[in-house]
Design a protein around this ligand. Structure first.
Ligand code: S3P
Length: 192
């Protein structure tokens, strides 16, 4: 592309508020943060493919996340998650929603921080309790008190999630507003 064309392309992208990404945008955050819903809409806004890593793991295993936990255990699930994410990091621009635990693995975290733009969808306890109550299928919340479990996960994970490139406060924000905030944050970066 000649210089003039590049300029025109950039201006067009800016006018339509569509940042041009060259590598994956990876959404991280706790269960119920809205990674899948926001991710799907963000992918539309960026005109790229949306992939949900939990869906990829389900496809590879041929069963549900609950079944994987039950039949093979959490460690095996984490190994599968790592393989899937590692493969997707080489597949160019996309929006990828991760399971809430993926970013906690130190090796995978380093890979994501280097190969993608990581976006943390931050939400407080009340919002997560409310949003996770609407859909089951989450083995970590199927036993015990979900509120207590989510509080424990906030304490363990939020200090680590903080390493994400971009953090978006989703409390009280609609999914579309969250998408707008991410698009704006991406527009303000030169390394996407
Ligand atoms: C998990 C989150 C789930 C799923 C699995 C474990 C976690 O994904 O990967 O149940 O450790 O937080 P969502 O965050 O998409 O619910």
């Amino acid at each position: 592309m000649g210089h003039g064309n590049v300029q025109m392309f950039k201006e067009k992208a800016n006018l339509s508020r569509q940042p041009v990404i060259t590598r994956p945008v990876v959404l991280i955050g706790l269960m119920g943060a809205g990674k899948s819903t926001v991710g799907r809409r963000l992918a539309k806004a960026l005109s790229v493919t949306f992939i949900d890593s939990d869906d990829e793991i389900k496809k590879a295993a041929g069963c549900s996340i609950e079944d994987i936990f039950e039949l093979y255990g959490e460690a095996e699930f984490r190994a599968g998650e790592k393989r899937v994410m590692d493969r997707l990091m080489d597949e160019g621009p996309m929006v990828l929603a991760t399971g809430g635990g993926a970013f906690m693995d130190p090796g995978l975290r380093q890979r994501l921080l280097h190969a993608s733009t990581t976006v943390w969808l931050k939400a407080d306890l009340d919002a997560l309790v409310e949003r996770t109550s609407r859909r089951g299928g989450r083995p970590l919340l199927s036993t015990g008190d979900p509120r207590k479990t989510l509080q424990k996960l906030i304490t363990e994970r939020y200090p680590v999630y903080q390493q994400a490139t971009i953090a978006i406060d989703t409390n009280g924000a609609t999914h579309d507003r969250a998408v707008d905030m991410i698009v704006t944050a991406l527009m303000n970066r030169s390394d996407i």
